[in-house]
Design a protein around this ligand. Sequence first.
Ligand code: SF4
Ligand code: SF4
Length: 90
Amino acid sequence: MQVEEKLALLNYKTDPAYAHITIDESICETCPDHFCTFGCPAKCYTIIDGRINFKYEDCVECGTCVIACAHGSVKWTNPKGGQGIKYKFG
Ligand code: SF4
Ligand code: SF4
């Protein structure tokens, strides 16, 4: 089974009013490596037209990106209570 197939089994309760992870785009603009795009298993980080694009809605809360980014761009918190990913379907 591919990672993408497993991700499709997960259930999310997205909080539209609170992004539990944010990035500093001014830092990302000059990033030399874009390690976040390689580390995130849910592909929340992609490069579109040369700019980093981040969407917290698909996050599986693994914490990889805050470690992978060596430039201090990622601000990581947990979703608010009752929000975020639910693994019981995964
Ligand atoms: S989040 Fe970090 S690793 Fe990813 S593009 Fe921004 S500065 Fe680079
Ligand atoms: S915590 Fe994990 S799944 Fe969420 S954005 Fe970071 S690397 Fe991706």
